[in-house]
Design a protein around this ligand. Structure first.
Ligand SMILES: Nc1ncnc2c1ncn2[C@@H]1O[C@H](COP(=O)(O)OP(=O)(O)O)[C@@H](O)[C@H]1O
Ligand SMILES: [Mg+2]
Length: 368
């Protein structure tokens, strides 16, 4: 009898231990999931939080178990930014009963929070948070590409419409030319013709770069490309009170690019830099630094200025067509540049500090 009892007891202890083991295993899995997880019971008390979620909240895990929402919001370690996001999450999912809440953290990463509560959860509330920055980036790129494709179409139509009257004007000026020669004003005809040709060239170039065309590539040394571009902008820079300098370019670096298009990109960026410096004020001594560095099979060309700089929100819109903060801006310079660099299988990266300056880094594959 006693033996039987002992046997049963032993069996239940074993069963308990093995459930405990399974529980530990599950808890371990939950702890190390790459999503953040919190569980609140019917009373609204937190009964579980995993490592990832505590990391996201930047609070010690042990100090959170047993808290309710109000206590979590009043936690001495919680940042103002996070408090706002938690209130947002509560409002959207509990008050407005939306399934998901998407937000950006203070480090620029995107998160998708989901709350599950219903019969299936036995009255508990499960909050899970997933890092969706990569999806977001793909989505943004798709959106950007869509806008650029539209821009390509619009610009092609406009350019076409402008070219026709230009051709007509060119024809009539040629007809008038003999009369101007008679009046001793043949240089007027010359100027008009060359200006019309220049306008045509600009349209042609713009069309070329806004369409997803394959670039006309030739091999050029990075050093001579940068020298040429700086030479073209130096006098304008001087007039605007800024100094352009080229730093650290290894002479043997060469790239296979459409030289006209890449020049257009660099000129756009230097022009933007000069304008950003000009906006700080005439007292400001502007510096634009152009640099080219090797990184594996790429060359990173950077243009750094100490102009007015930009905040994060502006940085995010930078490459969108028609985004401009200038009265006479078109907002096309950077979106066209983006397209050109993409066509060259390169990348553009921008970083900026408001009030301090901006850096653009163009990465292009080296010629093989
Ligand atoms: N170097 C820079 N420093 C500060 N802001 C810049 C810089 N480059 C670009 N920007 C910002 O990005 C916007 C878009 O630039 P861009 O596409 O060249 O168009 P635009 O120069 O016609 O405004 C500018 O209006 C400006 O606000
Ligand atoms: Mg510009």
């Amino acid at each position: 009898m006693l033996g039987e009892f002992q046997e049963t007891l032993l069996q239940s202890v074993k069963a308990f231990q093995s459930t405990e083991l399974v529980m530990n295993k599950y808890e371990n899995v939950l702890q190390h999931l790459d999503s953040g997880i919190m569980l609140f019971d019917t009373e609204g008390t937190m009964t579980f939080i995993n490592v990832r979620m505590a990391k996201l909240l930047e609070l010690p895990r042990q100090s959170l178990i047993g808290c309710n929402l109000a206590q979590l919001l009043k936690h001495p370690g919680i940042s103002h930014y996070k408090r706002k996001k938690i209130i947002g999450l509560y409002r959207e999912t509990i008050v407005y009963r939306k399934r998901n809440f998407e937000f950006m953290d203070e480090y620029g990463r995107y998160w998708l929070a989901t709350i599950t509560y219903s019969d299936e959860m036995d009255g508990d509330y499960l909050v899970s948070v997933k890092d969706v920055s990569e999806f977001k980036q793909i989505e943004e790129t798709a959106y950007q590409n869509d806008k650029l494709a539209m821009l390509g179409k619009i610009s092609a139509a406009i350019a076409h419409e402008i070219r026709n009257p230009l051709t007509a004007i060119r024809g009539f000026i040629q007809l008038l030319k003999p009369h101007l020669v008679q009046l001793g004003r043949d240089e007027y005809a010359q100027i008009i013709l060359s200006e019309i040709d220049r306008a045509n060239d600009i349209i042609y170039e713009f069309l070329n770069s806004s369409k997803p065309s394959t670039p006309q590539k030739s091999v050029i040394s990075v050093a001579s490309l940068l020298k040429e571009v700086v030479l073209l902008t130096e006098s304008e820079a001087l007039m605007k009170g800024c100094e352009i300098s080229i730093k650290e370019v290894a002479p043997q670096m060469s790239i296979a690019v459409d030289v006209k298009q890449i020049k257009q990109v660099l000129l756009n960026m230097i022009k933007n830099a000069m304008e950003a410096i000009e906006e700080v004020g005439s007292e400001h001594s502007g510096q634009i630094e152009v640099k080219a560095e090797l990184e594996e099979k790429y060359v990173n060309i950077s243009i750094r200025d100490n102009g007015k700089g930009m905040d994060k929100a502006m940085l995010a819109k930078l490459f969108s067509p028609f985004f401009t903060t200038k009265e006479k801006g078109t907002g096309l310079g950077l979106s066209v540049s983006y397209r050109i660099i993409k066509n060259h299988r390169g990348t553009i990266f921008a970083d900026s500090i408001k009030g301090a300056g901006t850096i653009f880094v163009i990465s292009l594959p080296l010629a093989t």
